[in-house]
Design a protein around this ligand. Sequence first.
Ligand code: GSH
Length: 247
Amino acid sequence: MIAVPPPERIEKRFFAIANRCKYPVMRILHHVWLSPFCRKARIVLGEKKVDFEMRVEKVWERDEAFLVLNPAGEVPVMVEPDGAVIAGSGVICEYLDELIAEPPLIGEHPPERAEVRRLVGWFDRKFNAEVTENLVTEKMMKRFLGLGEPDSAAVRAGHVNIHYHLDYIAYLLERRDWLAGNRMTLADIAAAAHLSAVDYVGDVPWTDHAAAKDWYARIKSRPSFRGLLADSIAGAPPPKHYADPDF
Ligand SMILES: N[C@@H](CCC(=O)N[C@@H](CS)C(=O)NCC(=O)O)C(=O)O
């Protein structure tokens, strides 16, 4: 007699096959070059040892198919092999940390998790507004989008502000091995994602900030960072030291 699987198993298998036809098998990360938020998601995917493909999304074109994925019109957006859409860097990183246990990137205990999230917010909001926007967005995004010359007052502000942030990194590292505690977490990844974008435009004053430089060298040497270091935008390559482990 032929053993017939129970209906719920047939149903599961049917959906697995149907999904395979309908959706790509690989995880896809929609991104734009030099976005610190996309870089943060890329490093987390690397730390979790997850294979993924990257698709450049011209967010400024407001493509309808992309707006269906994320009505906010922002990258990063991750599409899972089963078609599930995860939008926003914070959501993607939390989702991956819940989905794949090792290595834990948001900490184990509530106080540790609170400190990781405080620092992720620090870099994604404060550093972004005071440094990344003033240097990377002004210099690169404006150029690519044909929005004119960088605002020199904004660029000057970015050059001044970055020193305070590198000092703050040194202050934290006098007390801990990594930014949020004694292991590497999403706080380090968020900070490094922003700094790597600023480093791409050659605007991180590493020589004045030895402690921050040593910490960045540790992150830079991780396999999860390799993809970022290989980035080279046509017509705007990074400075030589960008990919160099002994920068
Ligand atoms: N809070 C969002 C911010 C993402 C974000 O600002 N993405 C920018 C690129 S760096 C974007 O897609 N901007 C397109 C737009 O605002 O139209 C996140 O963490 O993912």
